[in-house]
Design a protein around this ligand. Structure first.
Ligand code: AP5
Length: 216
């Protein structure tokens, strides 16, 4: 299966379903999924490289943004500037967006999909999220249960609750999202790249909306 738009950004608040949809879209259209959050969680859990792991741990676990230079270095190490990509969690502020624009040059982004969800739903979703520590697959104890209780369908390992999914940390992440990340909505709107979707719907309906947008 192919789509017209293959250089994609998923933008939206924590818990809006970016990771869930990115995993599905990446698999369907064979577009590399780049999640900066997932990259950082892997570095922290393996403690490799050790220096970087200890530098980013306090930011990620406390729901704070990792400094731009560190994030951009991590992004550059996995981003193929001439290929397809689905960015999930990058950029998080205007500075990061500018760094990306400069790095991509003329061969830029095709589309930015903005996942809109009310705050109340976000808190409900994140406190019910469970994640596979091995493959990063995302579950939810209400809406997306694993086949076997608390075990990853793919890896069969015990699912975990992310450190930053505690209610107080989720609220902090939401505040940071509104202050630092929300201005990106205008940034990409001005460049005619932004398409907003109602992400407060079932996983299947959100998926169908995303597919339709990418096929246009
Ligand atoms: P990151 O991992 O990017 O976290 P986030 O953006 O806060 O996003 P989430 O992973 O919380 O949510 P999501 O939108 O992917 O939702 P999901 O699909 O999982 O970043 C983590 C940390 O890393 C940051 O706080 C920061 O410290 C650091 N970091 C990362 N990138 C950075 C950057 N660029 N700059 C600086 N620092 C950076 O879904 C959530 C739950 O809802 C799941 O349980 C899921 O099953 C469920 N769900 C999904 N869709 C639906 C639906 N339609 N209906 C019902 N339930 C649903």
């Amino acid at each position: 299966m192919t789509v017209k738009k293959t250089r994609i950004i998923f933008l939206g608040p924590p818990g809006s379903g970016k990771g869930t949809q990115a995993q599905l879209i990446s698999k369907k259209f064979r577009i590399p999924h780049i999640s900066t959050g997932e990259i950082f969680r892997k570095i922290i859990s393996t403690n490799k490289p050790q220096k970087l792991a200890s530098a980013i741990k306090k930011y990620v676990q406390n729901g704070l943004l990792v400094p731009d230079e560190i994030v951009f270095r991590a992004l550059k190490s996995v981003l193929d500037t001439n290929g397809k990509f689905l960015l999930d969690g990058y950029p998080r502020n205007i500075k990061q967006a500018q760094l990306l624009d400069d790095y991509l040059g003329d061969n830029g982004i095709d589309i930015v999909i903005y996942f809109k969800v009310p705050d109340k739903e976000i808190i409900k979703r994140l406190t019910a999220r469970r994640t596979c520590p091995k493959c990063g697959r995302v579950y939810n104890i209400y809406t997306l249960k694993p086949k076997k209780d608390n075990l990853c369908d793919v890896c069969n390992v015990k699912l975990i609750i992310r450190q930053d999914d505690k209610v107080t940390t989720v609220k902090k992440r939401l505040k940071i999202y509104k202050e630092d990340t929300m201005p990106l909505v205008e940034y990409y709107k001005k460049r005619n790249l932004l398409v907003e979707i109602n992400a407060n719907d079932t996983v299947d309906n959100v998926y169908n909306s995303v597919v339709k947008i990418l096929e246009k």
